[in-house]
Design a protein around this ligand. Structure first.
Ligand SMILES: Nc1ncnc2c1ncn2[C@@H]1O[C@H](COP(=O)(O)OP(=O)(O)OP(=O)(O)O)[C@@H](O)[C@H]1O
Length: 185
């Protein structure tokens, strides 16, 4: 079964992509599935390096230790097929009507979803001020924060919704309400 709606979430490091999409999933329940484009990348990396996949998926230090290498390896793969990780990541979600893609990072990610799911996609940008992101553990790293995986969508202007998740954020309930209103239009 194809999805009826595909929500694409984007935002810079520590803006709260996992936090917001986890809460959204808890609210929507069985109807939805979270898709992480980074999952096939991390699965490969965990296998190759003999790492704990769950730890690599969590908000801990392991992810940061390997982030740069994972970006560089995955960019090489994308040069051959820009949709390769999007395609594999979606396999797990087949059967659910609402797809929540929690880590859209590049124009080619949006392009791939548009090509495959057309007007079912809605794009959401999460923003947070740098101080708040720093409090959550963000620290600028050259090769990570100044390359396409982090900045690829900085100049994208077609967002269906922009959500503030920094110092001036609304309550999570209000944030979720705004997102859910996209599903019903
Ligand atoms: N609205 C919020 N209220 C309270 N804590 C938050 C909020 N948003 C995010 N956080 C916390 O900030 C930290 C970073 O958030 P999260 O992991 O969701 O960011 P991310 O955008 O997914 O980061 P990354 O790009 O590194 O994967 C987490 O510990 C999370 O619980």
């Amino acid at each position: 079964m194809n999805p009826t709606i595909v929500l694409l979430f984007s935002g810079k490091r520590k803006c709260g992509k996992d936090f917001i999409t986890d809460h959204l999933q808890a609210k929507l329940g069985d109807k939805c599935e979270i898709i992480k484009i980074s999952l096939p990348i991390k699965s490969y990396w965990a296998k190759e390096m003999n790492l704990n996949l769950n730890e690599l998926l969590s908000d801990g230090a392991l992810k940061e230790n390997y982030r740069l290498e994972m970006i560089n390896w995955s960019d090489k793969m994308r040069e051959k097929d820009y949709g390769c990780f999007c395609k594999v990541a979606c396999e797990n979600a087949k059967g659910k009507p609402i797809w929540i893609v929690s880590d859209v990072r590049r124009g080619t990610d949006i392009q791939w979803f548009k090509e495959n799911y057309g007007n079912k996609i809605k794009t959401i940008r999460l923003i947070a001020d740098e101080d708040t992101r720093r409090e959550r553990g963000y620290k600028f790293k050259s090769g990570v924060d100044d390359v396409a995986s982090e900045c690829g969508l900085d100049n994208y202007s077609g967002w269906d919704l922009v959500i503030e998740n920094g110092r001036n954020r609304d309550s999570i309930e209000k944030q979720l309400e705004k997102i859910i209103s996209l599903i019903s239009v």
